[in-house]
Ligand binder design. Structure first.
Ligand code: ATR
Length: 263
């Protein structure tokens, strides 16, 4: 049996086990996906142990996405982002499928990856979005409540500019894409930018997936913008991880159903 898993803390509400195990069942694979919460001080031993036990692949979430880089050989993108969410345990390599997942979620919704993107938020999700979209050739503006954090992100190398959150409405005038990479809208009725800054020529991707339909996406729909909810980002980072580990095409519709019935 092939064993895959997730390491992080907390992991109890993760949708990844259901999403991946639905794929194993669909493809008739003898495999399981389990969750682990090692103590932070035991991370290196946990990775060694995973290798010794023959665990095939691990996803990584908060609080280990950055620290895990110390113990792995990261690919170019994960190295630049400074965060790993997917480990090929046998190879000892770390990858960032959050970035690839953002690109794939947008492509699957026919969002053109050219022009200007405003990324609101400069945490892990904001970093992944900024590098991913800059690599696609988009002009990226990062707007964050704490400007210094946006500036640090931009200093790390992506072709992007740093701004305060108050500049976001002005930047959106000429933008083609808005990515909400803040936690605003998670289980609350708030938006990261004023809704009157949204317009019909915009595509809006929200990283928040609880709820799937955030206030931001509702307002974006009202003005005729293209909307992509956070479930798609979650889905495609998982799809990319599955394909990296197994070398097989992921059963995307099955994984999507498993995720959306549980969000
Ligand atoms: P993640 O790894 O999921 O991106 P994170 O690193 O905690 O999570 O980052 C959260 C992001 O949401 C940050 O950009 C944060 O802004 P700050 O850097 O200023 O903290 C942003 N954020 C959280 N709450 C916010 C709020 N109420 N208004 C605006 N931005 C907020």
């Amino acid at each position: 049996m092939d064993v895959f898993g997730l390491i992080g803390n907390p992991v109890g509400h993760s949708l990844s086990p259901a999403m991946h195990e639905a794929a194993y069942e669909k493809l008739d694979m003898d495999a399981r996906y389990v969750t682990f919460s090692p103590e932070p001080s035991a991370l290196e031993r946990a990775l060694d142990g995973a290798g010794a036990l023959g665990i095939v692949g691990l996803n990584v979430t908060v609080p280990f996405k950055e620290t895990v880089c110390e113990y792995l050989e990261t690919d170019d993108l994960a190295g630049r982002i400074g965060a790993v969410n997917t480990v090929d345990v046998g190879a000892g390599t770390g990858h960032n499928t959050d970035a690839a997942g953002i690109v794939r979620a947008l492509r699957e919704h026919d969002v053109a990856l050219d022009g200007t993107a405003v990324v609101v938020g400069a945490g892990g999700a904001g970093r992944a979005a900024t590098f991913a979209l800059a690599d696609q050739g988009m002009t990226v503006r990062v707007a964050n409540r704490t400007v210094a954090r946006a500036e640090r992100l931009v200093t790390a190398g992506p072709a992007a500019s740093a701004h305060g959150l108050d500049e976001a409405p002005g930047l959106l005038d000429a933008a083609d894409l808005l990515v909400n990479a803040t936690s605003v809208g998670m289980e609350e009725d708030a938006t990261p930018v004023p809704t009157d800054a949204l317009h019909a020529d915009l595509a809006v991707l929200d990283a928040v997936y609880r709820p799937l339909e955030t206030s931001l996406l509702r307002a974006a729909n009202r003005v005729g913008a293209t909307t992509v909810d956070g479930g798609w980002m979650l889905l495609y980072q998982g799809v990319e991880a599955f394909e990296l580990w197994t070398g097989r095409a992921a059963p995307v519709a099955t994984m999507n159903d498993a995720l959306r019935t549980r969000v």
